[in-house]
Design a protein around this ligand. Structure first.
Ligand code: FMN
Length: 134
């Protein structure tokens, strides 16, 4: 089993409902492939954690990379894992308190780098939004 984490720039035309719909569709497609993970959104960027069998993960990542709903996809982590850090929920959207409130990363604590990464990620989105950079 493998874990893949990437960062990207969200297409600025994307609305939150459109992202929610995209994640619901992704979750339904991921489950039969035994892929689970989380999509973090800070108002500007995505940080996605994908976990599952290597043979399913690689083609999915190649497809996601080409998706016009984001750009500038950069792979941050690609590692072999023995246990999943994400519950088997297919895919779940986490927006952080700064952007849409009320989500928790506790369940993802198994990813060593993730808490620090996620904190910086959400902070950046919050500051950038406040500064009206978009
Ligand atoms: C940020 C982002 C994350 C995505 N995550 C997933 C995912 O976890 N699983 C998935 O099947 N599709 C995901 N997609 C959508 C895929 O890029 C693609 O549209 C979808 O798999 C349907 O592909 P198909 O029309 O070739 O079947 C994501 C797209 C974006 C922009």
């Amino acid at each position: 089993m493998h874990r893949l984490v990437y960062f990207s720039n969200a297409n600025l035309d994307l609305s939150l409902p459109a992202i929610e719909e995209m994640v619901a569709a992704a979750a339904a497609r991921n489950r039969p492939l035994q892929i689970s993970g989380a999509l973090l959104y800070n108002g500007l960027n995505f940080l996605q954690i994908l976990e599952g069998p290597h043979q399913a993960l690689t083609p999915l990542y190649l497809k996601i990379r080409k998706d016009p709903r984001h750009s500038g996809v950069v792979k941050l982590i690609h590692e072999r894992i023995s246990t999943r850090s994400c519950p088997d929920w297919g895919m779940r959207l986490l927006c952080g308190t700064a952007v849409c409130g009320g989500t928790s990363l506790e369940t993802m604590a198994g990813v060593r780098e993730l808490p620090a990464m996620a904190e910086a990620f959400f902070k950046f989105g919050h500051v950038a939004t406040l500064a009206a950079l978009r």
